[in-house]
Design a protein around this ligand. Structure first.
Ligand SMILES: C[S@@+](CC[C@H](N)C(=O)[O-])C[C@H]1O[C@@H](n2cnc3c(N)ncnc32)[C@H](O)[C@@H]1O
Length: 212
């Protein structure tokens, strides 16, 4: 049975998120992935897809800020960060983060990316975007994969050796999508974060080091 919003709010992870100032529990999924794969290493230009309510953007901003100080110019370095988030739903502002309310699959979105990042390639693309679930696992999974394929096209904006994280639903088309990721990234891993709902079929794919 679905949880009431009251039960949901009482969940310890939700409380922990609120205590730490995050807008959602999802922040811990991203932090789990980071702990394991260090996707934020030298990430200064970051794009977050499907951002509402914004906890991944909050995490991305923390890493963007610390990376400026942590890494020096002996290797790839920037003295500033640029972070952009997009969602069809409204998203409350976050200081120094560009927020767009639009469909990430629209051609206009690519124009916005070019304009904000000045045509430069990105270090990291994150996607927690998910379709509105209908409850039918088969059609939901197919719709999610369709969205994921559109998102994978956006990795053309990623620099060589850039990293990518995407939420997928396990099911019939999962293997095919995994193979497509393998064509683009040197290393592909899957992770079901500890903080993910165990019953859900969501899983995250991590593409490390975009190929030449
Ligand atoms: C699980 S939520 C993201 C939570 C977010 N990572 C956070 O930490 O706050 C998934 C989001 O994907 C968005 N989304 C789904 N399809 C989209 C699309 N085509 N364009 C933009 N946003 C989309 C939904 O509106 C929803 O807000």
């Amino acid at each position: 049975m679905p949880k009431s919003s009251e039960e949901h709010r009482k969940e310890p992870v939700y409380k922990k998120a609120k205590r730490q100032g995050y807008r959602a529990r999802s922040a811990f999924k991203l932090l789990d992935v980071q702990k394991r794969y260090n996707i934020f290493k030298r990430a200064f230009y970051i794009l977050d897809l499907g951002s509402t309510p914004g906890s991944w953007l909050q995490v991305a901003k923390q890493f963007g800020e610390s990376n400026i100080k942590k890494y020096n110019a002996n290797y790839y370095h920037r003295d500033h960060y640029k972070i952009m988030g997009v969602d069809i739903k409204r998203l409350s502002p976050i200081e120094d983060v560009k927020i767009l309310k639009m469909d990430l699959t629209s051609p206009e979105f690519q124009v916005e990316i070019n304009s904000y990042f000045n045509g430069e390639k990105l270090d990291l693309i994150l996607s927690d975007a998910s379709i509105n679930k209908s409850g039918n696992k088969f059609s939901d999974q197919a719709r999610q994969i369709k969205l994921c394929l559109k998102i994978l096209e956006l990795t053309k904006n990623l620099k060589i050796k850039g990293n990518f994280l995407i939420k997928v639903f396990q099911g019939a088309d999962f293997e095919g999508f995994y193979k497509k990721m393998k064509q683009q990234f040197i290393v592909v891993r899957s992770l079901k974060p500890k903080s993910s709902n165990k019953k859900s079929n969501e899983i995250y794919l991590i593409g490390l080091k975009k190929k030449y």
